[in-house]
Design a binder for this molecule. Structure first.
Ligand code: ADP
Ligand code: MG
Length: 255
């Protein structure tokens, strides 16, 4: 569904400047859950911004369903780390979810229905009339996920969405995301610097080495549904995390 070949990104006008992404090639299959793992500053967010069509790549190619990505594609949705800045404080939870749909030209009734379904999927049915600042960080990030889902995307791009949440909330949202992934038949590309999170969630983990290059592409054949206690106790889980840990350790310091 997504094919990235020889992608390179240099910020600014100087072609001699150090690239943020050097030479990235990978593909993602329909309904696959792929995690991209890399240390801070290695170019993960840059990669995601290029994939989303928000910034142009310097060279290389991105194909979604065979078509080049030159602007944000219709069937792609995003969730970023900074939930407090991604929600509009003067709009209720329901409005935050529905306004992009209305902007896209969806009728009021259809937008309302999609909003209710999406909020139900993230467990926030009763909180439609609240404002984002009345909710905890975890709930705000649920609203951001609902807004992405209401779009009915085919592919969901997430940039360290749970990185600023406490551990228990993060585990809850990881399980919520796996549930949504299964129910909504969506392809997920999930960026994280957390090895356990990557192994727990993914079908496949790509390790990025700075400046972003795919250093390792590892299948995660752990059984599903996954369970925070049982999955993490499996010997295979420990083996995979050790393998990824040593791959990341081998990298030169990113910053
Ligand atoms: P990560 O998300 O893995 O932490 P980023 O993609 O944010 O990494 O950054 C990769 C590199 O690109 C870093 O060296 C960073 O300083 C640089 N960079 C990121 N955004 C910009 C920008 N808008 N302009 C210039 N350099 C940038
Ligand atoms: Mg980043």
């Amino acid at each position: 569904m997504l094919e990235v070949s020889r992608l390179r990104k240099v910020y600014g006008a100087d072609p001699q400047a150090a690239p943020a992404i050097d030479d990235v090639t990978f593909s993602v299959a329909d309904r696959e859950f792929v995690c991209i793992l890399g240390s801070s500053g290695c170019g993960k967010s840059t990669l995601l911004r290029c994939l989303s069509g928000l910034i142009p790549a310097t060279s290389g190619e991105i194909l979604l369903h065979g078509d080049p990505v030159l602007a944000p594609p219709k069937d792609m949705a995003f969730v970023f780390q900074d939930y407090s800045r991604s929600l509009l404080p003067w709009m209720t939870v329901a409005r935050n979810v529905s306004f992009p749909l209305r902007y896209k030209g969806v009728s009021k009734e259809d937008a309302q229905k999609a909003t209710e379904e999406a909020l139900e999927a993230v467990g926030l049915s009763g909180r439609q009339k609240r404002y984002p600042w009345q909710l905890s960080g975890g709930m705000q990030q649920r609203v951001a996920i609902a807004r992405a889902l209401a779009y009915r995307p085919k592919i969901l791009l997430m940039d360290e969405p749970f990185a600023s949440l406490d551990a228990q909330t993060r585990f809850d949202l990881e399980d919520l995301l796996l549930d949504i992934w299964r129910r909504f038949d969506v392809t997920v590309l999930f960026i994280t610097h957390d090895i356990d999170e990557a192994v727990y969630l993914a079908d496949r983990v790509l390790v990025l080495e700075a400046p972003a290059k795919v250093a390792l592409d590892v299948d995660i054949p752990l059984p599903r549904p996954r369970d925070q206690l049982k999955t993490k106790q499996l010997p295979e889980f420990a083996e995979l995390r050790t393998r990824l840990f040593s791959a990341i350790q081998r990298e030169p310091a990113a910053l």
